[in-house]
Design a binder for this molecule. Structure first.
Ligand SMILES: Nc1ncnc2c1ncn2[C@@H]1O[C@H](COP(=O)(O)OP(=O)(O)O)[C@@H](O)[C@H]1O
Ligand SMILES: [Mg+2]
Length: 260
């Protein structure tokens, strides 16, 4: 069953220098419980698509449903069903991990007791138990990402959107995050829609890939099927496959994400 489905989803920004067609019409479906890798070069329209699917940005064209809720007619329904971790996470450095999680729970209208209980559950699930009384400023990059994800899971969303969740993490931190994402899907059936520019990550983690360029979908399929189709064999590297599809490499690995 499709938990996300989009038809011609589009967003044009009006700028001083004229219109920018960031997303030109995306058609995709995501099955419940799938880990979908949303790949594309810098500027392809990935973040804009995620911001639309999480109701942070209104589409200028097309339609979409997320967990049965129409993006435009029922944005509150969509927000209830999805969690979102933005490209550059936003925790307050001066408060503790516990305070951050409790505050998030209260934002979702949990009582004080419920917010405290949910904080304990999330800390256990995301390996943050030992860190609950630490200030956010004192967390490592990987710990901070886990806190971002814990906050996004407060209301038990069916779909979790992660925008470049492992950018800037060391290899061990990335591997931890992969295990965490798989665990969420396996234990709770959470659908995970993630963008990344690490092709090894997409290869290791995603059940299916959707590759976008210039605001449209240019290829989609399992990593093996894409390799076979575009690079000649299922054993080809995803790097060569990506190059064959887009004519260029993904974003440089040390690129600083541009906040837009
Ligand atoms: N608020 C905005 N105003 C104008 N242009 C924007 C805005 N947000 C994004 N864009 C442009 O839209 C295109 C897609 O951006 P984005 O969705 O961030 O790409 P990606 O996440 O794939 O790197 C880029 O050309 C970007 O400069
Ligand atoms: Mg982006």
């Amino acid at each position: 069953m499709a938990i996300i489905s989009t038809a011609g989803l589009a967003r044009t920004f009006q700028t001083k220098r004229g219109p920018v067609e960031a997303v030109r019409g995306i058609d995709l479906t995501v099955k419940a419980g799938e880990i979908l890798g949303f790949l594309g070069p810098n500027g392809a329209g990935k973040t804009t698509t995620l911001r639309m699917l999480t109701t942070l940005l209104a589409p200028t064209g097309g339609a979409a449903t997320v967990a049965g809720c129409d993006l435009v007619r029922d944005p509150a329904g969509v927000r209830e069903k999805c969690g979102y971790v933005a490209q550059s996470g936003g925790v307050d450095p001066n408060i503790s991990v516990r305070e951050e999680l409790v505050t998030q729970g209260r934002l979702y209208r949990l009582s004080k007791a419920e917010a405290a209980a949910r904080t304990e559950e999330l800390a256990a699930e995301l390996g943050l138990r030992e860190l609950l009384d630490r200030k956010c400023a004192a967390l490592s990059g990987g710990q901070r990402r886990r806190l971002d994800i814990a906050m996004a899971l407060t209301h038990r969303p069916a779909v979790l959107f992660l925008d470049e969740p492992t950018t800037g993490l060391d290899p061990a931190g990335r591997a931890d995050l992969w295990d965490l994402v798989r665990g969420l899907r396996d234990r709770h059936g959470t659908t995970v829609f993630l963008t990344t520019h690490y092709l090894d990550e997409a290869d290791a983690l995603a059940d299916r890939l959707v590759i976008v360029d210039h605001g449209t979908v240019v290829a989609e399929g399992t990593p093996a099927a894409l390799k076979e189709r575009y690079a000649g064999s299922a054993g080809a590297s995803l790097q060569d496959t990506f190059l064959a599809i887009t004519g260029r490499g993904p974003a440089p690995v040390d690129a600083t994400p541009v906040a837009v």
